[in-house]
Design a protein around this ligand. Structure first.
Ligand SMILES: [Zn+2]
Ligand SMILES: [Zn+2]
Length: 337
């Protein structure tokens, strides 16, 4: 009898995920069958469900912060052994030949495919992933909590890391939206001797307290002025008006980095707040090199992710709480409670 698995499926945007019973997939050539231990819940999953991302492959199992164990390898896979813990990120496949892939920018590949968007993801008991895009993960701790605490590194952590690197040399960094990505990048900033200033929704005292507990030099509402000019601002909240707001707090030569995949429209602003070689840029996806660098750095910090765990069946509830900003840190689905 074919083994079966539970999965949460998105039939079409605007509808809740639906628990389904499916055959466990078979690993094809070059892929791993992974028994999922934990899968992070990312804001990108909300954008997918809300229909804000173009051309999803439907129906789709979301989830691109996957931590699991190798259950089986397809033909031609090398470098992984059964039982090994691996991570599967958002970048699921690239062509390897386009001008972006050929120049170390596979994150911009013309034909890229993404986990939990065009390839079934980790809101399931098993998933299949291209082995070339999987990362080895530490496996010294078998507890479900250990797998859960690794999950947010695979997108929130990685995107925050890439955003920070693309911001350039920055001693004083503003962070807009103090959620999963922010609480990880804040730890990297402290580790590297930089200071961070946390901007939250006005009145969100709990998030401001959370930022201070991680060492924020200052924390306040996004309608407030920080105590100094900033070298960089990392924007993790999907609100376009934060872009000119952040620009106004930048010192000369500073950079605003927009780290989300979707954002509401950016209002017009006077040129003089951009003048002085200030810049605005976005960060898209990740490269495998980002992943290797960041996962090597994480235990040295060491990064401790603040995680709220939900069973797989409560994926819709986890997404609703993320939307409302009900918790600090990251939501993670765990397959075994
Ligand atoms: Zn390519
Ligand atoms: Zn993500």
């Amino acid at each position: 009898m074919t083994p079966r698995m539970r999965a949460m499926l998105l039939d079409r945007p605007g509808t809740p995920l639906r628990m389904v019973d499916l055959p466990v997939p078979q690993p094809g050539p070059g892929t791993l069958l992974i028994e999922v231990e934990a899968c992070g819940v990312c804001r990108t999953d909300l954008h997918l469900i809300d229909g804000e991302l173009p051309h999803p492959v439907l129906p789709i199992i979301p989830g691109h912060e996957i931590v699991g164990r190798v259950a089986a390898s397809g033909a031609e896979v090398t470098g992984f052994v059964p039982g090994q813990r691996v991570g599967v990120p958002w970048l699921g496949w690239t062509c390897g030949t386009c001008r972006f892939c050929a120049s170390g920018r596979e994150n911009l590949c013309d034909a890229a495919r993404f986990t939990g968007y065009q390839i079934h993801g980790g809101y399931a008991e098993y998933t299949v992933a291209d082995a070339r895009y999987c990362f080895p993960l530490p496996a010294d701790d078998n507890a479900a909590g250990a797998a859960a605490s690794l999950a947010p590194l695979l997108c929130a952590g990685l995107i925050g890391y890439r955003a920070l690197r693309l911001a350039g040399e920055a001693q004083r960094v503003g962070i807009y939206g103090f959620g999963a990505a922010a609480h990880i990048v804040a730890q990297v900033l402290k580790f590297e001797g930089s200071e961070f200033h946390a901007f939250t929704r006005p009145g969100d005292v709990a998030s401001q307290e959370f930022a201070r507990s991680l060492g924020a030099a200052w924390a306040g509402g996004a309608d407030r002025n920080p105590p100094c000019l900033l070298d960089a601002a990392l924007i993790f909240a999907p609100a376009g008006p934060l872009v000119p707001a952040a620009l106004r707090h930048l010192d000369k030569g500073g950079c605003v980095v927009c780290a989300g995949i979707h954002m509401s429209d950016i209002p017009s602003f006077p040129y003089n707040i951009l003048w002085g070689e200030r810049s605005i840029r976005s960060v898209a996806n990740l490269t495998r090199r980002d992943g290797l660098e960041f996962l090597e750095l994480a235990p040295r910090v060491p990064i401790r992710s603040e995680v709220v765990r939900f069973p797989l069946a409560q994926a819709n509830e986890a997404l609703a709480q993320l939307r409302r900003g009900d918790f600090q840190g990251a939501a993670v689905l765990t397959m075994k409670g």
